[in-house]
Structure formats: C-alpha cells, structure tokens
Write a new protein. Sequence first.
Length: 58
Amino acid sequence: MNHQNVKTYRYRVGPNNYIVINIYQSASASAEAGNVLASNAVNVQIMKQLAKQKKRRR
C-alpha cells in the first residue's frame, strides 16, 4: 500500500443521519520474475455507539 487517505463526513437531512466515507488509496507491486498481485481492497466497519457508552467514556 503506497498511499491511503480517509475522510468522513456527517450530514443530517431531516430526521435521518448520513455518513459519507471517502477512501482514496493506491497500491503497486513489482517483481523481477514471477507473478505479482496489487490489491486495493478495503475493510470498513461502522459501529453504532449507544447513549450509555458515550456517557461512560468521559
């Protein structure tokens, strides 16, 4: 992985909350002999925090 840039934005439209995640990344691979695989796969996990957990973290 050569470069990775992650930006998150939160928008509220009426009663709904939206999260926009922009992920910019690049990968490169090279070899003198044989096969090479460069992957741009990303694992994203979004978890909802409960109101009780937010109060405990003070």
